[in-house]
Design a protein. Structure first.
Length: 367
């Protein structure tokens, strides 16, 4: 697809991974990033390269407006033969890598084959080639990388947030109860939920619903990589709490966001889902499901944007506390309103893409 101005556009090549052990967080994050790239006029083509042992059905996770713009390749892109140099081409290439497993040599090789390289970082790996762009939304990354030879896209304003139209976000899921006294809780533990936190929650919910004085509805979302078999008497039609539990599978990104927005609270793992909930201003109780989530969870807990739970039972105790004390919820909402998640990312991508397009690559000022 040519750029609207008639000028040649740049190609964006995104490299990520997914799998039963890796999870789906990188893939989902790169899909959101691809959607942001699709808003940049100077970008003509977007290709997503994914490696790993588990790939969800793309028609269910790619938004409709992106399916016509993204090219998808499922292959082992760790192979050096998978990359072709753009140095002799008239079409600039922007490479983006989101990987915990790629080596220093592979980062360097992909940088050599492209005109600019963006490295998505969660754990301060510091194995990236000089002059690459480091994208990490955690606040400590700013100080950590400050003296390194990188261009820094660091801090919460560079978080990769979903791009959803206002009319989609304002949509209320019609099946939800409308009673002012009822409270709806979204539950999401990621695309794979390797620790099976969902089953652990179900095991605690029977006693919790029995003892709670509130009318509560739990909306439990299972990711595309969830392979466990759920069991709970709560899911059986003859159980009196059956209608208080709803299970959703393989939701599209937009339907997930719409469901989330229709809820009053959320219990979630950290990572991408947490950032989406923060962006939707939903008071959230967060459990760590992977070590790479730790620093971001700690940051948002410290500023009062989330409540952190140490386990499933603790998350339900925190939920009770929020229900009993409206002031706690209000304090969280005030912090959520002050966040600037992702505000700078699209403009940074546009600036970089335009500078590549006109062959005047210029570093953005570090934060």
């Amino acid at each position: 697809m040519a750029s609207k101005s008639g000028e040649r556009g740049i190609n964006v090549e995104i490299f990520c991974e997914s799998g039963k052990k890796i999870g789906l967080g990188h893939l989902y994050r790169c899909i959101k990033l691809a959607r942001i790239c699709a808003q940049v006029q100077a970008i003509s083509t977007i290709t997503l390269h994914n490696r790993g042992d588990f790939i969800p059905e793309l028609s269910k996770i790619l938004p409709n407006d992106l399916q016509a713009r993204i090219h998808y390749n499922a292959h082992e892109w760790f192979s050096s033969n998978a990359h072709k140099s753009s140095k002799s081409s008239n079409t600039p290439v922007l490479a983006i890598i989101d990987s915990y497993l790629a080596s220093m040599a592979l980062y360097a090789h992909i940088q050599e084959c492209s005109d600019a390289l963006i490295c998505l970082d969660d754990t301060l790996r510091d194995i990236y080639p000089a002059q690459s762009y480091i994208l990490n939304p955690s606040p400590e990354s700013c100080a950590y990388f400050a003296t390194k030879p990188y261009h820094l896209w660091c801090g919460e304003q560079y978080a990769i947030m979903p791009q959803v139209r206002e009319r989609e976000l304002s949509h209320r899921v019609s099946s939800l109860q409308t009673s002012l006294q009822a409270k709806h809780i979204l539950v999401s533990f990621g695309g794979v939920d390797s620790k099976n936190l969902t089953q652990a929650l179900l095991q605690e919910l029977h006693a919790y619903l029995e003892s709670s004085p509130y009318t509560l509805y739990f909306h439990i979302v299972l990711g595309g990589g969830y392979t466990h078999k759920l069991y709970s008497p709560l899911l059986q039609a003859h159980n009196k709490h059956h209608r208080h539990i709803a299970i959703y599978r393989n939701l599209s990104p937009d339907i997930f966001l719409s469901l989330a927005q229709a809820c009053d609270y959320a219990i979630s793992a950290g990572g991408g889902s947490m950032l989406e909930l923060l962006g939707l201003k939903i008071p959230s109780i967060i459990l760590e499901s992977a070590s790479n989530q730790r620093t971001q969870i700690a940051h948002f807990k410290e500023i009062g944007a989330i409540k952190q739970a140490k386990g499933i039972q603790n998350s339900l105790n925190i939920l009770t506390s929020l229900l009993e004390n409206a002031s706690q919820t209000q304090a969280i909402q005030i912090v959520l309103e002050s966040l600037q998640l992702g505000d700078a990312l699209e403009a940074a991508l546009r600036d970089l893409a335009e500078s590549l397009l006109f062959s005047t690559l210029k570093p953005l000022a570090p934060i």
